[in-house]
Design a protein around this ligand. Structure first.
Ligand code: FE2
Length: 496
């Protein structure tokens, strides 16, 4: 038996007669490791672990919250083996051990491991991907030819994996899944109805390019099934409603025409079950008992659809993710201590070098020492900080009107968010995603300049879990403490 079940978003269950593996399981209807807001999996669903039998092991592919969710992991028996992608943060390993998981093992690129007597898992490194380069992609083989699952996890196809295919070192391509990150969206945080001219079934280029690999170059073995997963999610902080991939089923239907009947191209639904029968992987008509409905998530989605309809981009003004409009003087002092450390980190980032070399504007106007203005909204006014790259420090400046009026002219880069949100980020109460997705503004770089970086992306780099292990560990620890507290209140684990 080789059974693969799609659990929704990017979670998978893989079962043989003697082993049950889960990949990146989100068992709650939502994810996020912060307290201020949740993201609800689309299409809405929950996972009923009562019907799962024993889970022997979980593979975690990277630290992103839609793959590494403390509350979901809290539902599992602590004897479950945890295989960590070797590139994941030390914070992830530390919190898992503190949660009581006794068997936590890191696996590295090209490493293979036996899972029971009938399965092996090999991890492949992804192609270059600025925000996903920590991922390792599992390729799982069953005991019989064509029993396999290849999961590229948020990335394109691994060059090493393609190379192994070409050399015939991998001969089986049963089921391949491709995730939402590999499907091109014009801009992910706006509903496509606002961009009607850019809405296209062919915007999903990666599944098409995978098909090209497999059908255009006939030396590669054919896939039995290519399935497209990760249809989106609904962030509670998202002012635009649900972020979802609307053309997924349509795309599958179109690509199916180009498969010459050799492969099934499929947009997966949570609860889909794939099995090997007659020497190939097939989509069964069974629905997995693991996947159940969630009335709470259904209601959240309906609420978000209405939010989408009501959203007016012209009158929209963003509010703090934390809900805190103003911070106190002592909190400002704490924030400034954090900014001093951040200044040093920026100096070590490639943006630091770029700021130094940004001498002239597109109109050949010289920039002074300050090359970045940080505007932190605080109550009815704002706090202003200039970043001085050669001194590697932020300097507070008064809110002179001239600065505001000449913002793009005086500074090549500018960034605005709420002071309370930035403080919460430093204090491990918020993740960077919640700020950069919905709660900031950025000016950068000026037209005609040679800049490659903007401050929003720099923050995303510097606060990635693998780059900020201390901050991330505290965030994970707070998430786990909340789970434990809820657990005490509700009287036990395994209540989803
Ligand atoms: Fe990711």
């Amino acid at each position: 038996m080789f059974r693969v079940t799609f659990l929704g978003h990017q979670g998978w269950s893989v079962e043989t007669d003697d082993f049950h593996l889960l990949i990146d399981p989100i068992v709650t209807p939502y994810f996020r490791n912060i307290d201020f807001a949740r993201s609800w999996v689309y299409p809405p669903r929950a996972i009923d672990l009562q019907g799962s039998g024993s889970v022997n092991a979980i593979y975690l592919s990277h630290d992103h919250e839609d793959h590494f969710h403390i509350e979901s992991l809290h539902h599992f028996d602590r004897s479950t083996v945890i295989y960590l992608c070797g590139n994941m943060s030390g914070a992830a390993e530390r919190i898992l051990r503190e949660m009581g998981f006794a068997a936590v093992q890191r696996l590295f690129a090209m490493q293979s491991i036996a899972l029971g007597k009938q399965m092996t898992m090999t991890l492949y490194p992804p192609p270059p991907s600025p925000t996903e380069h920590w991922v390792l992609q599992p390729y799982i083989e069953g005991a019989h030819p064509r029993e396999s699952l290849y999961n590229p996890v948020d990335c394109g196809i691994s060059p090493q994996f393609l190379s192994m295919l070409r050399k015939r070192k991998i001969r089986r391509m049963g089921l391949t899944c491709l995730a939402n990150n590999t499907q091109h969206l014009p801009t992910p945080y706006h509903p496509t109805r606002l961009l009607p001219d850019r809405r296209s079934a062919f915007s999903n280029f990666m599944p098409a390019s995978v098909l090209n690999c497999h059908f255009g170059f006939n030396e590669l073995p054919l896939m039995d099934i290519l399935t497209i997963v990760g249809r989106g999610f609904m962030d509670e902080l998202n002012p635009f409603g649900v972020y979802k991939e609307q053309s997924q089923q349509q795309l599958a239907a179109i690509l199916q025409q180009y498969s010459y009947g050799e492969s099934l191209i499929h947009g997966a639904e949570p609860g889909d079950v794939f099995e090997s029968r007659g020497g190939k992987m097939i989509l069964t008509d069974t629905r997995s008992p693991l996947v159940v409905g969630s009335p709470e998530a259904d209601a959240k989605m309906a609420e978000a659809e209405q939010k989408d309809l009501d959203f007016d981009p012209l009158s929209y003004e963003y509010t703090p993710a934390t809900g805190q409009l103003q911070i106190s003087d002592s909190e400002i002092e704490t924030l400034e201590l954090h900014l001093a450390k951040l200044a040093l980190k920026i100096a070590c980032h490639r943006m630091g070098m770029e700021l130094i070399s940004t001498n002239l504007s597109a109109q050949a106007r010289p920039f002074q020492e300050a090359r970045l203005l940080l505007v932190l909204k605080n109550g009815q006014s704002s706090l202003y900080y200039e970043y001085w790259p050669s001194f590697t420090e932020f300097r507070r400046v008064p809110a002179a009107p001239a600065h505001l009026l000449e913002l793009p002219g005086l500074y090549p880069h500018g960034y605005e968010c709420w002071a309370a949100d930035l403080l919460a980020l430093f204090e491990s109460d918020l993740s960077i995603y919640q700020i950069i997705a919905f709660k900031n503004r950025v000016w950068s770089p000026q037209n005609g300049m040679h800049g490659n970086y903007n401050f929003m992306n720099v923050l995303n780099d510097l606060f990635a879990p693998e780059c900020a292990p201390d901050i991330t560990y505290r965030l994970y620890r707070k998430a786990y403490d909340r789970c434990s507290q809820n657990n005490r209140n509700s009287g036990g684990r395994n209540q989803i």
